[in-house]
Ligand binder design. Structure first.
Ligand SMILES: C[S@@+](CC[C@H](N)C(=O)[O-])C[C@H]1O[C@@H](n2cnc3c(N)ncnc32)[C@H](O)[C@@H]1O
Length: 225
């Protein structure tokens, strides 16, 4: 299979519609990543990486970082904006861009194989799972299971809309979607929840809505294949 929205993503990079891009490393990453207690040599996979500065931060921690990104515009911008001069070569269906500790495979995530990625210790997912249409997310997770070793942990950041009328403490817990997608194969640990009231810029006259930023750590259940 291929990503269903590939053409839309390619077009949004051509049109500079990249509001998801953050101008500095993600604060939940820098705050909670150390709790994983990884050795610096750990190899980190960043699916749907865009031109995220989080890759620069991860490489500065000593990690080898490998991202996958559909848009060559994003990959070129990542290296140019960070003043890095990458090498470039064809690797099967992908173009591999590489500079020092950072590699980006330019192509479709759903075409990646275990061999393309090599050893992976940890997956860093910010706005990757959640960038995909809901019905594709289970394919994203089952594909992830195929292309990273069973021992790899997943550090997952999500942004979840909270229902204002819902005072149930469950609202602050592991979301039903994360449970449905991951709990069969992973121990799901919710490390942190940040609840923020935000006005939607598209409806500035509406009351602020609560958004929850969550940090999950997922470790493969022992014995799961
Ligand atoms: C919401 S953005 C998040 C980017 C990055 N994780 C960040 O935090 O800035 C999603 C990215 O995934 C890329 N993308 C979407 N579908 C893809 C696919 N099937 N394979 C590879 N990249 C894909 C898009 O081009 C876009 O750059």
């Amino acid at each position: 299979m291929t990503g269903r929205d590939n053409e839309l993503w390619l077009q949004s990079w051509r049109d500079h519609r990249t509001d998801f891009h953050q101008q500095s490393p993600n604060q939940l990453l820098t705050r909670f990543w150390p709790s994983l207690e990884l050795v610096p040599e750990s190899r980190v996979f960043v699916p749907l990486c865009g031109k995220s500065l989080d890759m620069i931060w991860l490489a500065k921690q000593g990690h080898d970082v490998i991202g996958v990104e559909l848009s060559p515009i994003a990959v070129r911008a990542f290296f140019r904006e960070n003043r890095l001069l990458p090498t470039r070569r064809q690797l099967g269906k992908f173009t591999l861009w590489q500079h020092d500790r950072i590699s980006i495979l330019c192509g479709d995530y759903f075409s990646l194989t275990l061999e393309d990625l090599g050893r992976i210790d940890t997956v860093y997912d910010r706005a990757a799972l959640t960038a995909l249409p809901e019905d594709i997310r289970k394919h994203y997770v089952s594909h992830l299971r195929k292309i990273v070793p069973v021992t790899a942990t997943v550090f997952l950041l999500t942004t979840e809309d909270a229902d204002e009328t819902d005072t149930d403490s469950q609202a602050f817990g592991v979301s039903e979607e994360v449970t449905a997608l991951y709990a069969d194969d992973f121990e799901v640990h919710l490390s942190h929840v940040e609840s923020i009231f935000e006005v939607d810029p598209e409806t500035p006259n509406q009351p602020a809505e609560r958004t929850e930023y969550k940090v999950y750590r997922l470790a493969a259940k022992t014995g799961s294949e």
